[in-house]
Design a protein around this ligand. Structure first.
Ligand code: TPP
Ligand code: SF4
Ligand code: MG
Length: 288
């Protein structure tokens, strides 16, 4: 998406909403310096009013993640069915939705095609989907894209449930958790996708939550940059779902902070090659 595409003709300027005008004037396109989560504005590069439930951790994760892209006008987001899809389709970024689970295969083809079609130009491909999409139906496609060393970044928005279809357990649900459609509780532990990413060939992997927006923003930025030059990358972010995990919509950040003390502690992994690359391009500062 380029600034030209979103810039209205003079005749339409008056009828546009303040949010749209702000997007054109101050949005992320072709900025001289890339944005961070500190630059979130009232504009809608991220999500315009969306249909997510109040307090949705997934929509917060999307907003923070998209605000942290190093080159939004040159990024294509690949999604799949799930709650994330509703906010991504409403962002002012290039977005494509796949059949449920095959996002990393589609991203692979797209990235390879972009390299051929635009040699020497930056074209980032970022997969941004739910835990069911990555850890269940899409697990084999995801792992194989990592084994093959594809230059794509993958973000899992982990709400530990199939939110969009009413509360089935996913592989990422914690053991014993009772959900609308898992009334006797989940019978096996959370799948260690973060650990699997390290052994499956990811050059960079981070586990974090939406309660640490700067860490998450830095992770997304680094994941996209490293995927450009070094290899596949993975960010797993906890994005709790008040509707299905059954807590008050005002307690989303509290819920995310709670798990940071136990099984969702921040961890950043990178290979020596990834670290050398970040250092070379001046991106190796500590995330706060
Ligand atoms: C092939 C296929 N199987 C099942 C579905 C139905 N379906 C849509 S979204 C979804 C669950 C999504 O869960 P998750 O990936 O965790 O995303 P969330 O909604 O929690 O954000 C399912 C099973 C589908 N669309 N396509
Ligand atoms: S069901 Fe959960 S993940 Fe889906 S929109 Fe509602 S709060 Fe968000
Ligand atoms: Mg989910």
């Amino acid at each position: 998406m380029s600034k030209n595409i979103i810039t209205p003709t003079k005749e339409f300027e008056d009828v546009l909403t303040p949010g749209y005008k702000d997007l054109v004037a101050n949005g992320p396109y072709n900025r001289s310096a890339p944005g961070t989560v500190d630059d979130l504005g009232s504009f809608r590069e991220i999500t315009e009013p969306h249909p997510h439930c109040a307090g949705c951790g997934v929509s917060l994760g999307i907003r923070l993640g998209l605000a942290s892209l190093p080159s939004p006008e040159n990024t294509i987001i690949i999604g799949t069915p799930g709650c994330a899809y509703f906010a991504l389709t409403q962002s002012a970024l290039c977005y494509s939705c796949t059949a449920f689970g095959n996002q990393n295969s589609v991203a692979t083809g797209l990235k390879r095609m972009l390299k051929i079609r635009h040699p020497g130009k930056v074209k980032d491909v970022l997969v941004m989907v739910g835990d069911g999409g990555v850890a269940d139906i899409g697990l084999d496609y995801t792992l194989h894209s990592w084994f093959r060393g594809e230059n794509i970044a993958t973000v899992m928005l982990d709400n530990e449930v199939y939110g969009n279809t009413g509360g089935q357990e996913s592989g990422m649900t914690v053991e014993g958790k009772v959900l609308n459609m898992a009334p006797t509780g989940k019978k096996f532990p959370k799948i260690p996708v973060f650990e699997m990413a390290k052994v499956a060939g990811c050059a960079y992997a981070v586990r974090t939550t939406v309660a640490s927006p700067k860490k998450f923003g830095t992770a997304v930025r680094r994941a996209v940059l490293i995927a450009r030059e070094v290899g596949p990358t993975y960010v797993q972010v906890y994005t709790p779902c008040p509707t299905n995990l059954k807590f008050s919509p005002g307690k989303t950040l509290e819920a995310a902070k709670d798990v940071e003390k136990t099984y969702y502690q921040y961890e950043e992994y990178m290979t020596e090659e990834a670290s050398a690359y970040l250092s070379r391009i001046g991106e190796l500062k500590e995330a706060k």
